[in-house]
Structure formats: structure tokens, C-alpha cells
Design a protein around this ligand. Structure first.
Ligand SMILES: O=C(O)CCC(=O)C(=O)O
Ligand SMILES: [Fe+2]
Length: 222
């Protein structure tokens, strides 16, 4: 970042729990626009955006499209047997680079940033009434951090403990452009999205309504 009269302040970082870091306003508006355009293209296919069906027959309220590896409860595969049987779109190098910059922004650990090699992205779209219950991201075989990027409507992101869905937890407002990273001792913490606030996003991102969340992960699979 350039120094001087017109330099913008570096976004403040907040450690929500050891290993869990919130960096508000990390993505520029241009970056958000590029990500919205990329997600729109992925949403069209080869595996279209869909509502994941859970083993108990429940249907998730968020709509999801995957890149790199396809997630269905509770495993990763290269093809989307639960949607149309096609291989998901390849994970692009630029998204891995973005993941490394995110780790560098969240942690004072250049080595962690260099080592980070995400191979999958789960892209979730929340309309005004979508939510995500508290869960752990534990279908990955790697303990590398999860990088989460938010665009569009603000939400309440509940970040809890690694033992159960109860307290202690912290409710964090995630706004458009925010980065949230959870790794290390926070990697297997329960988390979820109890609420999205409709109409709080900026249409200049290219998203007229709703909330887009992109999580980058290392599956540890080959
Ligand atoms: O939408 C979010 O902020 C969280 C998404 C999430 O937890 C997931 O995709 O596993
Ligand atoms: Fe998650």
C-alpha cells in the first residue's frame, strides 16, 4: 500500500478467537466485482448452482456451486453425482493467489501464506431468508485454514467453539468485502449464518441482492 497523504488506512484486524481473524473491508470494490462475475459464470455450469440435499432429506436454504472439488454431505468428489454427474470447474491459479494474500493479511506468518494451497472453493448464495446452521468444516483431510470472503448483504456470522454448537460463541457482522480466516486452534470451530440483512449490500459489486460467500479450502485430496 502506498504511503502519504492519500493512503487509505489499513483495515483493522480483529482476532475473534485464537486462529480466527476478521479483516473488514479487505476486498476492493473492483475485486468484489471480479469475484461476482466469476461466481456468476461458475453458477451457470458445468455443474449449476443448486440447493444441496442433506442425507435426512432436508434441503439447504443456501444455493451452492463448487470449484475444484464438489462438496456434497459429507465428502468431496470430482464429479457432482447429486446434481448432473459432470466434473466441476477447475480451481484457477488466481484464486489460490488470492487465498495466499488472505492468509498474509490475517496472520503475521509469511510461511503460512506461502504454504497455503487451496484446491477448492465453495460458493454460497444467500437470498434474504437463507441461513446456515452451526457446523464444522471437517470433510477436508488438511488442517489448513479456511478463507472466507463475503460480498453483498451483511450477515450475522456466528463463530463458536470446537466442542459443540452452544456457547461460547461470538456473533460477527460480516459486510461486503470482509475477509474471515479460521485456522490453527479455530480450524474446527462450529460456525454458521443465522441471519442475512436484506438490502444492506451495494449494487456496485454487481450483486443486486443477496449475499455471496466464497470459502477457500485445502481438501488434502489428490
Ligand atoms: O456463509 C458463510 O459465511 C459461511 C459458509 C460456511 O460456513 C460454509 O460454506 O461451510
Ligand atoms: Fe462452514
Amino acid at each position: 500500500m502506498s504511503e502519504g497523504l492519500f493512503s487509505l488506512p489499513r483495515p483493522a484486524r480483529a482476532e475473534i478467537a485464537p486462529g480466527a481473524v476478521h479483516v473488514p473491508g479487505w476486498l476492493s470494490l473492483d475485486r468484489q466485482r471480479e469475484l461476482v462475475a466469476a461466481c456468476r459464470a461458475w453458477a451457470r455450469g458445468p455443474v449449476p448452482i443448486h440447493r444441496t440435499v442433506l442425507p435426512n432429506g432436508g434441503v439447504m436454504s443456501v444455493q451452492t456451486v463448487c470449484v475444484g472439488w464438489h462438496w456434497q454431505p459429507y465428502r468431496y468428489t470430482r464429479t457432482a453425482a447429486d446434481v448432473n454427474g459432470l466434473p466441476v470447474a477447475p480451481f484457477p491459479d488466481w484464486l489460490g493467489e488470492l487465498g495466499r494474500s488472505a492468509i498474509a493479511a490475517a496472520y503475521d506468518d509469511p510461511g503460512a501464506a506461502e504454504r497455503y494451497s487451496p484446491d477448492t472453493a465453495l460458493i454460497n448464495f444467500y437470498d434474504g431468508s437463507a441461513k446456515m446452521g452451526l457446523h464444522q468444516d471437517k470433510d477436508e483431510e488438511s488442517g489448513a485454514p479456511v478463507v472466507s470472503l463475503s460480498i453483498g448483504d451483511r450477515c450475522v456470522f456466528r463463530f463458536g467453539n470446537s466442542e459443540n454448537r452452544g456457547r461460547p460463541y461470538t456473533d460477527v457482522a460480516l459486510s461486503s468485502g470482509d475477509l474471515f480466516v479460521f485456522g490453527g486452534p479455530a480450524r474446527f470451530a462450529y460456525h454458521g449464518v443465522p441471519k442475512v440483512m436484506p438490502g444492506t449490500g451495494d449494487p456496485a459489486t454487481g450483486l443486486n441482492s443477496g449475499r455471496l460467500n466464497i470459502t477457500l479450502r485445502e481438501t488434502g485430496l489428490v
